[in-house]
Design a protein around this ligand. Sequence first.
Ligand code: FNR
Length: 379
Amino acid sequence: QMSIYESGDEGARLLPVSLSEWEERAEKKLDAGSFGYVHGGAGAGDTMRANIDAFQTYRIRPRICMDISNRDLSVKLFGHKFTAPFLFAPIGVNSIFHPDAELAPAKAAAKLGIPYILSNVSTMDLEKVAEVMGDGIRWFQLYPPRNHELTKSFLSRAEAAGYSAIVVTIDSTLLGWRETDLRNAYLPFLSGHGMGNYFSDPVFCSMLDESPEKNRKAAVKVALDEGNNICFTWKDLDFIRQQTKLPILLKGVTHPDDAIVAIEHGVDGIIVSNHGGRQLDGAIGTLEALPFICEAVKEKVPILMDSGIRRGADILKAMALGASAVLIGRPYVYALAVAGQMGVEEVMKHLFTETELQMAISGRTSIQELDRSLVMKVN
Ligand code: FNR
């Protein structure tokens, strides 16, 4: 914070401070297709807006005259300490935003001391991402394929490369109705973006008549069919559970009953998410869903959340309502597009600092102190 004030005019000109500035710059830099892909939501955008608006239905009630000189943003989850209660949300096809693709946010995460969740549909393969992260905490996100052998292969590769948790995303077995992308006739996978993990997988390659190098179009089609597994049920989750000892988190839960069933099927964590409003339009905003899920789960497993988190105040409210940590999505993608790894670090450092200040000014000195008494429902 002080370094920004001290940098004077020059600093102010060079680096955006607010997220809306990063977004504006990203829009100028990217072509319409790739900007639309990150910026857009499903249908009328109602759920994407509900995610943001839900944060206005709670207000923070600060306490005063507290000693706030020693502050700690760190949290512990699944045996790892994170410097702050943030994770990088899994975002696929990063090569449409920056040539360094997933390597940039992965390196930023390792440097910042928070986990990077690598998307199953990343441009870079998972081994390459692991290599640049060193000891950095990494989790692997799986769109559970139809073929169980392919599932096994992704899981064992992730384990071998040091990923320490598996995020199974279940809200996207069909692609939502995304009008911006339809208008732009833009689906990045069709031009080969986001296929790193598939094309480097021996089981996947054995499913093809010709190698991806020889016939990329056919390989992409098989990969998309695998990833859009509309037959997925709880039984398939049991299969995944049997294949790995790593913690499994289910991403895309918004109904408390699903959270309960998921725990019965052995998941170790829930991620309350609606995919940033990109899938089911009209669905509940995630902050609206969070308290009900926490009430149903009764602290049996940690509950994380994403969708619509843009500011320190949002993070405080999510933590106060029961989240153990939050995933950051679009904000880091805009910064990636504008300034690669440096941009990603910058935007995340701003979030760290804003969260720390907000926490302190509200009279709390650690994340553990952010409980229900911090917020009040106002409408
Ligand atoms: C996503 N998201 C996503 N989720 C996932 O599990 N696997 C993936 O590959 C992707 N890919 C992806 C691409 C893009 C461009 C976006 C914007 C989102 C969803 C993501 O993990 C997260 O749930 C949302 O981004 C959170 O919402 P906000 O913070 O972006 O509003």
